[in-house]
Each structure stands twice: as structure tokens, then as C-alpha cells.
Design a binder for this molecule. Structure first.
Ligand SMILES: [Zn+2]
Length: 148
């Protein structure tokens, strides 16, 4: 069960590249990160396998930096606005996305763990709130599709 690279005309090992982030979106309070994880020929870097990733994260108001500094009354007001959908959250790629390989034993399935960081922020009554989070997903190497 090898991976044959047509460029190299032989069986090669694969190396996992940094995932490509296609988009970071928000719908209400749900962050969706759309990305693509790629595995390349270790010798010539030709793309051999790829997997599309689409991961959701539900934002929680009390995880935002700035929340803890509010008094109880202000927290209540903000919570109300948040629940009413009046808070407009902006999200962006947090940088540093990576895929790491596990289960290296030849009798184990290779598991690839991808971490996709994002930053969410919003302003409310002149105050800034920020949340640095990430979504993580695990996929077996066999789930990756051939590029050719
Ligand atoms: Zn190659």
C-alpha cells in the first residue's frame, strides 16, 4: 500500500503541508472555517492527497476577553443584546493553522489532526471584545482523496 508519485516515477512517502484556509465565516454565533489539508510527495512536493475541511464552532459570550471585566449589570445587558442577535461579530483567520500526523506505527492507521485558529471580535458600547479560538478535527489518512 504505497503512494506512487508520477513525477518521481516511484513510490514515495508523503509529507503533510500546512492547511490552506479558504474562508472563515460567521452565521449568527456559529463560526465556520473552510479549509483544505494537503499531503505532498516528500521528494518533489507534488500534491498527492487532499481533504476538504469544514468545521463549526459555536461562540460563547462569556469566553470573550472583556466579558469578565464587565459588572454584573452590564453583563446582563450585553447578554440580552447577544441573545437578541444585535451583536455583530467579525471573524478572521487566526494564523498558524497546522496539521500533525499521529499513529506512526505501521500497524496503526495514520491519524491527521488539523487545528484551524480563528479570531472573533465585536464592539459593544465603545468596548472591544475578542475571542481567540480554534477548531480541531481528526481524519484518518485513508479519508484523503487522490489529487490525480
Ligand atoms: Zn514526487
Amino acid at each position: 500500500m504505497g503512494n506512487r508519485c508520477e513525477q518521481c516515477s516511484k513510490f514515495v512517502s508523503l509529507e503533510t503541508a500546512e492547511p490552506e484556509i479558504n474562508s472563515v465565516d460567521i452565521n449568527g454565533t456559529t463560526v465556520t472555517v473552510d479549509a483544505r489539508s494537503v499531503r505532498n510527495c516528500a521528494e518533489c512536493s507534488t500534491e498527492m492527497k487532499s481533504l476538504d475541511l469544514n468545521e463549526d464552532h459555536e461562540l460563547e459570550l462569556d469566553k470573550f476577553e472583556g466579558w469578565a471585566d464587565l459588572g454584573e449589570k452590564r453583563q446582563e445587558q450585553l447578554r440580552e443584546a447577544w441573545n437578541a442577535g444585535q451583536i455583530e461579530v467579525e471573524v478572521e483567520d487566526g494564523g498558524g493553522a497546522e496539521t500533525s500526523e499521529g499513529g506512526g506505527s505501521r500497524y496503526q492507521k495514520n491519524i491527521l489532526t488539523t487545528t484551524l485558529p480563528f479570531t472573533a471580535k465585536f464592539s459593544w458600547e465603545g468596548l472591544d471584545f475578542t475571542f481567540n479560538g480554534s477548531v480541531t478535527c481528526e481524519h484518518a489518512a485513508s479519508e484523503y482523496d487522490d489529487c490525480q
